[in-house]
Design a protein. Structure first.
Length: 137
């Protein structure tokens, strides 16, 4: 049996998923995960950013996710076999300092991608795109 392909999700993809505003290619990966045909990896930093964005009621592609979305996402991660929470290992923290991206949270996302040996990162972030394969449109 072939191993499931792994994809790292950036915060924007998680937020867009909860507001039904993901573009087609990224949405297709989420659908595969829902069908247990792909593994979505959620970096620890993205959970923090997700919670912060929703608590601040910041719009995501002109939609504001409801606060209840926080508990829903955490429950899904906790119960799903195809969505996995991924904190960095100490080895991966060492890699963070070598990644040539200005923002720390983006470095952590890329380090998670490297740590997990993932296919791509689901993001629209142009800085991440300079360092890692991304899927978005």
């Amino acid at each position: 049996m072939e191993a499931m392909k792994k994809y790292v999700t950036d915060t924007i993809a998680l937020l867009a998923y909860t507001t039904n505003t993901l573009p087609t290619k990224a949405d297709n990966i989420f659908k595969k995960a829902e069908q247990n045909k792909a593994l979505l990896i959620v970096p620890s930093i993205c959970i923090g950013e997700f919670i912060y964005t929703i608590l601040k009621q910041k719009p995501v592609f002109e939609k504001i996710p409801p606060v209840e979305t926080i508990e829903l996402l955490l429950d899904i991660i906790e119960q799903s076999e195809s969505i996995k929470y991924s904190p960095l290992t100490l080895t991966s923290w060492k890699i963070v300092s070598t990644i040539n991206i200005p923002e720390l949270h983006d470095r952590i996302v890329v380090a998670t991608y490297l740590q997990e040996n993932a296919e791509a990162i689901l993001t629209n972030d142009p800085e991440i795109a300079k360092t890692a394969k991304i899927i978005w449109d």
